[in-house]
Design a protein around this ligand. Structure first.
Ligand code: SF4
Length: 297
C-alpha cells in the first residue's frame, strides 16, 4: 500500500508541480521522450516577398476575443522567421497519450467521433464547466485532410456550440477559402471545449483534463495536416511551452500528421500586419497537401 502523504508534503509537491508547469512542462502524466516524435523538418518556407499579400485580408479587422494577452507578448518579441534560413531543432518534449492503433475506416469516423462525444457527456471534469452554456466539441468532415485546433470557445462559440463562429471564425473561413478549401471540408476543434471565463487562457489543469478528448478526435480524423492556431494550441499539442517564433515556419511530426503552427485568427484581428506571416504558414500546409491557391476572380 502506498504511504499517505502528510499535508505539508502534499503542499510542497503541489508547489513544485506548479513551478514546473509555469516553466512550460505541462503534461506530467505524459511520458518524457527524446525528440524523435517531435523532430522538426526543414521546409522551403516562402519568402515574405512571394507571399500573396492580402490573401486573407478580406476579413474584418479590429480587436479580437478569445486569446489571452500572452499572444501579444510573444508577438512583440518575435522576429520574422519567414524568409530566413530555417534550422532543424530537436528538443525534449512530453509525449501525448498513446495513439489509437490503426486508422479508423473512413465510413466509421463519424460514429467514432460521436462515441467520443458520448464519453464526454455533460462533462464536469474541470472547473470550466461552471461558466459554460454549451460544450463545443468540434465540427467538420470526420475524414478531413486538414484540421485546425484553437485555444477554446469564445462567447459566440459558447452560445452556438460550434468552434470559430465569431469574427475570428469569419477570418478562419477566409483563410480556408484562400487555401482553395471550404470550411466543411476541414475539421475544427479547440484545446478546451468549454469557454474560459472572460476568454482567459485555459489553466494547465483545464487543458490537460480536456485535451485527451481532442487527441482522440485527432486520432479518428487522422488529418494529413494539423494547424495549431496560436501559442496555447501549440503548447498543448506539442507538450512544450515555447514562443511561437520557435515553432512557426517548419513542420512538426505529430501523431502521424504534419503539424504547422501559426497565429490565432483573433490575434490577427488585433494585429492585421501579421496576416502575411500567417499566409506564409498556410502555404506550408498547402504544399504538404498538394494544394494550389485558387486564381483570384
Ligand atoms: Fe469537460 Fe473539457 Fe469542459 Fe473541462 S473544458 S468541463 S474537461 S469538456
Amino acid at each position: 500500500m502506498p504511504r499517505a502523504l502528510d499535508s505539508n508534503t502534499r503542499d510542497a509537491l503541489a508547489e513544485r508541480l506548479k513551478f514546473y508547469r509555469d516553466l512550460g512542462l505541462t503534461d506530467f502524466y505524459r511520458r518524457p521522450v527524446e525528440a524523435a516524435s517531435a523532430v522538426t523538418r526543414e521546409i522551403d518556407a516562402p519568402s515574405s516577398e512571394s507571399v500573396a499579400a492580402g490573401a486573407v485580408s478580406a476579413a474584418p479587422n479590429g480587436p479580437g476575443s478569445g486569446v489571452a494577452a500572452q499572444d501579444s507578448a510573444v508577438q512583440a518579441a518575435q522576429p520574422n522567421l519567414i524568409g530566413e534560413e530555417p534550422t532543424i531543432k530537436t528538443r525534449k518534449v512530453f509525449s501525448a497519450p498513446p495513439q489509437i492503433a490503426g486508422a479508423v475506416p473512413v465510413e466509421e469516423r463519424a460514429a467514432a467521433l460521436q462515441a467520443i462525444r458520448e464519453d464526454l457527456g455533460d462533462c464536469t471534469r474541470c472547473a470550466l464547466h461552471k461558466g459554460r452554456n454549451t460544450i463545443v466539441f468540434g465540427v467538420g468532415n470526420p475524414a478531413a485532410r486538414l484540421m485546425f485546433v484553437g485555444e477554446g470557445p469564445g462567447a459566440d462559440e459558447d452560445a452556438q456550440g460550434e468552434p470559430f463562429v465569431g469574427r475570428a471564425g469569419q477570418l478562419l473561413n477566409n483563410m480556408i477559402a484562400a487555401m482553395g478549401l471550404k470550411r466543411e471540408e476541414c475539421y475544427i476543434a479547440n484545446i478546451v471545449k468549454c469557454r474560459p471565463p472572460g476568454n482567459r487562457t485555459p489553466e494547465p489543469d483545464e487543458a490537460n483534463t480536456c485535451s485527451p478528448f481532442l487527441f482522440r478526435q485527432i486520432d479518428v480524423v487522422r488529418p494529413q495536416v494539423l494547424v495549431a492556431l496560436g501559442a496555447t494550441a501549440a503548447t498543448y499539442l506539442l507538450g512544450a511551452r515555447q514562443p511561437l517564433a520557435g515553432l512557426r515556419g517548419r513542420i512538426h511530426a505529430f501523431r502521424g500528421t504534419s503539424l504547422i503552427v501559426t497565429y490565432h485568427p483573433a490575434f490577427l484581428l488585433r494585429d492585421p500586419r501579421q496576416k502575411k506571416e500567417a499566409w506564409a504558414d498556410l502555404q506550408i500546409a498547402m504544399k504538404e497537401l498538394g494544394l494550389k491557391a485558387p486564381a483570384k476572380a
